[in-house]
Design a protein around this ligand. Structure first.
Ligand code: NAP
Ligand code: HSE
Length: 430
């Protein structure tokens, strides 16, 4: 058996360069831990002339990742390009067909094609590894798949997008605008190539779909994730959340319910004293409920060069050390078909902000609609006065159904005194 393992690295952006730097700086440590010298033999990206701040002259260069996947003399193809279709997918398929292990940080690819790629990898007797695809530097895939293998997971909740958590935290702490903070997250290398994936909740949904599959042993079912992003979160919602004792976080939640497996990504108010509320900035966290272990909380940096490279390299070390495991914890052919539950079957508490005319009888109309839909108010704030401008009526509800809240929001929207589409944020307990 060879005493080295050879890598071909496709993609030399934030994560690609971070991975090359880590492999270089920690080479002796990685050899001790894996029993093999880990050696890059080929690299590739679009633009060969770009200065990436690392010496690439000793590696074979490929412009085309599919060519690299087929022809580089590597044991492992490391895909750090991104995107669920096109070059990343074609190259991973080609690498598997050529009998090479695949390590990827690409959640879009695994969320959309994870089951098919895992089936292909098992047929080719190679590994498909994707620790870096979920929650950056937190080793959550290994924790869930190996560390919690003795448990049935009932529910998993997580802060899964570093960009959104960074934006929400910074808006709350500084009062700066959404757009301003988003630009900063892009400069720091946290955001996806298309940042709408981050702020519209798609990136978190990709990660949630992968976690659901590992947690419940089901086929990856990204299409069934209910997705809402954070574009509509206003600074005043963040301030009112604080007055009610909550912080706003973009959460990914999957759970087994009587109606099937529910997967949802949306902004949520979480109690300020809950551990997840203290997870700020680019940090991510995943909270799992297992039947024997109880609650487990994992927290760490969810994006950026160093944390993501740490996760990529952990997969490479596993392969080098011969720790070869099924991508989703069970043989890909044994994954159960997904049985999605509708969000209409969800029940919980809700925050609602209405912008209304400040005139007699308006609150009575609002209260009448709540009574009609059997929704009970838990708390309410209305303190400003204005003859001309709309004023906020802000409330939190006791537990009710998603169907009832949807109906009452439509009823509020139809009232003459309500000037803007009602704002609603779900409240989650921990
Ligand atoms: P990035 O900085 O945009 O880098 C992408 C790299 O892919 C660039 O080097 C680019 O080449 C190369 N590339 C793009 N299209 C190509 C093509 N058709 N052929 C060859 N090379 C191509 O992206 P990143 O942030 O490193 O992310 C890479 C992957 O890691 C994505 O799947 C992302 O979702 C995932 N990820 C990122 C983070 C993070 O914090 N950034 C965290 C976890 C996971 P050029 O440089 O020549 O343009
Ligand atoms: N854009 C992603 C985030 C990168 O902000 O979390 C890590 O997957």
């Amino acid at each position: 058996m060879s005493d080295s393992i050879k890598l071909a690295v496709a993609g030399l952006g934030t994560v690609g360069v971070g991975t090359i730097e880590l492999l270089d700086k920690q080479s002796d440590l990685l050899m001790e831990r894996s029993g093999k010298r880990i050696e890059i033999v080929a690299v590739g990206a679009r633009d060969k002339s770009k200065d990436r701040g690392v010496d690439l002259s000793k590696f074979e260069w490929f412009d085309d990742p599919v060519d690299m996947a087929k022809n580089a003399s590597a044991d492992v193809f490391v895909e750090l390009i991104g995107g669920s279709e096109g070059p990343a997918k074609n190259a991973c398929e080609a690498a598997i067909a050529a009998g090479r292990h695949v390590v990827t940080a690409n959640k879009a690819l695994i969320a959309e094609h994870g089951t098919a790629l895992a089936v292909a990898a098992e047929k080719a007797d190679v590994v498909l590894a994707y620790e870096a695809a979920v929650a950056g530097g937190i080793p959550v895939i290994k924790a869930l798949r190996e560390g919690l293998a003795g448990n049935r997971i009932q529910r998993l909740q997580g802060i899964l997008n570093g960009t959104c958590n960074y934006i929400l935290t910074t808006m709350r702490e500084t009062g700066r605008s959404f757009d301003d903070v988003l630009s900063e997250a892009q400069e720091l290398g946290y955001a996806e190539a298309d940042p709408s994936f981050d702020i519209d909740g798609v990136d978190a949904a990709h990660k949630l779909a992968i976690l659901t599959s590992v947690a419940f042993g089901t086929e990856v079912d990204f299409a069934s994730v209910h997705i809402e992003g954070i574009r509509h979160i206003a600074v005043e919602d963040i301030e009112y959340a604080g007055e009610f004792g909550y912080k706003i976080k973009l959460l990914g939640i999957c759970e087994r319910t009587a109606h099937g497996i529910q997967q949802r990504v949306h902004p949520a108010m979480v109690p300020e004293e809950a551990p997840i509320a203290g997870v700020e900035g680019v940090f991510n966290a995943v909270v799992t409920e297992g039947d024997f272990v109880g609650t487990t909380v994992l927290e760490g940096r969810g994006a950026g060069a160093g944390p993501t490279a740490s996760a990529v390299v952990s997969d490479i070390v596993d392969i080098a050390a011969g720790r070869l495991v099924h991508a989703f914890g069970v043989p890909a052919g044994a994954l159960e078909p997904s049985a999605p539950a509708s969000l209409d079957d969800h029940s919980g508490s809700y925050y609602v902000r209405l912008m209304v005319d400040d005139q007699p009888g308006v609150f009575a109309e609002i209260a009448a609609e709540l009574a009609k839909h059997e929704i009970s108010i838990e708390g309410v704030i209305q303190r400003s006065r204005s003859e001309t401008e709309a004023v906020p009526v802000v409330m939190t509800t006791h537990e009710t159904s998603e169907a009832a809240i949807k109906e009452v929001l439509s009823a509020f929207d139809a009232l003459d005194a309500v000037r803007e589409k009602p704002h609603m944020i779900r409240i989650e307990s921990f």
